[in-house]
Design a protein around this ligand. Structure first.
Ligand code: MN
Length: 472
C-alpha cells in the first residue's frame, strides 16, 4: 500500500549535515584531533546535544562527523517537523513500508578500491573509550540476505579492526544477522555482507528497528522507505551479490567466513559498561568504495539510545494498540538506556477496560524482548515527565496487589545482573481503578496566563515597606 507521498522527507546524509549547520546545531572542530581517545572524548562532551564535524583528524584526510541524531533538537532540524511529526513518520514506516529501487550509479562508488585494503590506514576509525580493545567502526550498518529466503536484513553491528582487510563482526544473540550467519555456517559457506558508513538517516532508523514490528521476513530498507515517504535508491555492489544505498559516504564489501573467530572487545557499550571479551566471527573485506570527498561517521554515547527512541516507541505502540486498544502512548526512558524500561499510558473509560492495563504490560514485553521494567499509568499522567510517573507510582501503586513478576524470562545478555540474559520481568500497575479515579480528585487550579500580568523580579521595584532594607 503506497504511503502518503505528500510527506516526503529528505533524510539524505548530506542534506542533514547542511540543515544542522544552518540551524547552528553543527559544532565544527577546526583543531587537529587525535582519533585515539581524543576525538570520542570531545563527542562525549556534547553527548545528546549538538552534531559535530571534525575537520582535521590526525593521520587522515577524511573528516569525521558524529551526533546527527543524538538529540531531539537535531532530529527536528533534520526532519523539519516537531516531535509528533517525527513519530508519525516512524509509524508511517511501520504501517506503509516502501520497497527500495535500483539505480545505475551512485556517489558511494565514485572511488572503488579492491586491492591494498588496509582499513587501519584508509579509514579514520577512532579508538573511542579507555576500556576498548581496539579501533572500532561503530556506525556500521550491515546489509545481508538470508541464505535460504533471500530476505534482506539491515542492522548495526560494530566492527573492530584486526589489521589489513579483516574486522570482527559483533553479533548479539537473536539478531537476524546472527541467524543468517549461522545458516551460512551450517552449509560451510561464507556469508556476503556490505557495510554502509554514513548514509540516508531513514536507513539508520530502519537498522535499529527490532521486535514484533520487524520480524525476520521483513526488509528494513522498506521500513526506511516508509519513514522517508520515498524509496531508498540502491546500487549493485562490486564484489558481493548485494545492493547498498547509493547515497552512502563509504561502503565496505566482503565475506564472513564460516570457520574463523576472533576475540572481540571489550568495547564501551550503550548500557554504560564495557563488554566482556567474547569470540566473534570476522569480515574479510574485498572492496572499499566511497565518495570522492567522503565523510566518516562514528556513533558513541547517547546517540545510540536517541537513535532507537523514535522507531522503537513507534513500533511498540503499533503492536500494542492492535492488542490493547486502551493504550494511548509509550515512553522508553533514558535511564533505562532507551531499551529496558517502558512507561505506558492507558485510558480506561468503560467498566470492562479494568484489567486491560495489565494485558498492556504483557503486550509490551511481548513486543520487545529487551523490556524488563514496564510501568503503566493513567491518561492524566505525563509519561515524558519522570516526576509525574514516580508520583503515580507513589499514589496509585500498591506493591502487594499491583506488582507483577515474571521470573526467568528472556532479556538482554548485556544486563550485568541477569543470568546470561535470563531476567525477571517487572510490571508495575500504577493506574487507579475507575472507582478510585472518581473517588480521588486531583488538586487543580484556575487556568491563568502569566503573559497577561505585569510581573518583575528586579530588586527594589516594589514600594511596600516590608521590602525596604531596615535602616539602623
Ligand atoms: Mn531483519
Amino acid at each position: 500500500m503506497p504511503a502518503d507521498t505528500s510527506g516526503i522527507i529528505d533524510t539524505r546524509f548530506r542534506t542533514a549535515l547542511r540543515r544542522l549547520d544552518r540551524a547552528g546545531r553543527l559544532l565544527k572542530v577546526r583543531s587537529k584531533v587525535d582519533p585515539h581517545l581524543e576525538l570520542a572524548a570531545i563527542i562525549s562532551k556534547r553527548d545528546a546535544d549538538q552534531a559535530i564535524f571534525f575537520e582535521q583528524v590526525a593521520g587522515f584526510s577524511m573528516p569525521v562527523c558524529a551526533n546527527f541524531l543524538a538529540s531531539h533538537a537535531n532530529v527536528l532540524e533534520i526532519f523539519g517537523l516537531d516531535v509528533e511529526g517525527v513519530r508519525q513518520c516512524m509509524l508511517r514506516g511501520c504501517a506503509h513500508p516502501i520497497p527500495p529501487v535500483m539505480v545505475e550509479r551512485g556517489p558511494c562508488q565514485e572511488v572503488v578500491l579492491t586491492s591494498g585494503l588496509d582499513l587501519e590506514k584508509l579509514l579514520p576509525v577512532p579508538f573511542h573509550a579507555k576500556g576498548d580493545a581496539g579501533r572500532t567502526i561503530s556506525s556500521s550498518i550491515v546489509i545481508a540476505k538470508d541464505p535460504d529466503t533471500g530476505v534482506r536484513n539491515v542492522s548495526f553491528h560494530r566492527l573492530q579492526l584486526y589489521g589489513g582487510n579483516r574486522t570482527g563482526v559483533k553479533l548479539d544473540l537473536g539478531r537476524h544477522l546472527e541467524t543468517y550467519y549461522n545458516k551460512a555456517k551450517a552449509r560451510g559457506e561464507p556469508l556476503p555482507i556490505a557495510v554502509c558508513i554514513g548514509t540516508d538517516l531513514a536507513v539508520f532508523y530502519g537498522a535499529v528497528a527490532m521486535g514484533a514490528e520487524m520480524p525476520i521476513d521483513k526488509d528494513e530498507l522498506e521500513l526506511a522507505g516508509g519513514i522517508k515517504g520515498a524509496p531508498i535508491e540502491l546500487v549493485k555492489c562490486r564484489t558481493v551479490p548485494l545492493e547498498v544505498p547509493a547515497e552512502s559516504e563509504i561502503v565496505i564489501e566482503g565475506y564472513m567466513p564460516p570457520d574463523v573467530a576472533v576475540d572481540e572487545g571489550p568495547f564501551g557499550e550503550f548500557t554504560g559498561y564495557n563488554s566482556t571479551r567474547m569470540p566473534a566471527p570476522v569480515l574479510d573485506v574485498t572492496c572499499l568504495s566511497h565518495r570522492k570527498d567522503p565523510l566518516y561517521y562514528t556513533i558513541i554515547g547517547g546517540e545510540r539510545g536517541m537513535l532507537r527512541k523514535y522507531i522503537l516507541e513507534a513500533s511498540i505502540l503499533s503492536t500494542m494498540k492492535k492488542a490493547v486498544p486502551i493504550v494511548q502512548d509509550v515512553e522508553l526512558t533514558p535511564g533505562g538506556s532507551v531499551r529496558f524500561h517502558l512507561v505506558i499510558q492507558v485510558k480506561k473509560t468503560l467498566p470492562h477496560h479494568e484489567g486491560l492495563q495489565r494485558n498492556a504490560i504483557l503486550a509490551a514485553i511481548t513486543s520487545l524482548k529487551d523490556l524488563d521494567w514496564v510501568v503503566v499509568v493513567d491518561h492524566d499522567v505525563d509519561i515524558r515527565n519522570p516526576l509525574q510517573v514516580e508520583w503515580a507510582i507513589s499514589t496509585r501503586f500498591e506493591a502487594s496487589r499491583d506488582l507483577i513478576l515474571i521470573p526467568a524470562a528472556r532479556g538482554h545478555e548485556y544486563i550485568p545482573v541477569s543470568d546470561r540474559g535470563l531476567r525477571t520481568k517487572v510490571g508495575i500497575d500504577a493506574t487507579f481503578t475507575q472507582e478510585q479515579m472518581q473517588q480521588y480528585d486531583r488538586v487543580t487550579f484556575q487556568d491563568v496566563d502569566l503573559a497577561h500580568y505585569d510581573l518583575t523580579n528586579t530588586p527594589g521595584l516594589l514600594l511596600h515597606p516590608a521590602l525596604q532594607e531596615p535602616s539602623d
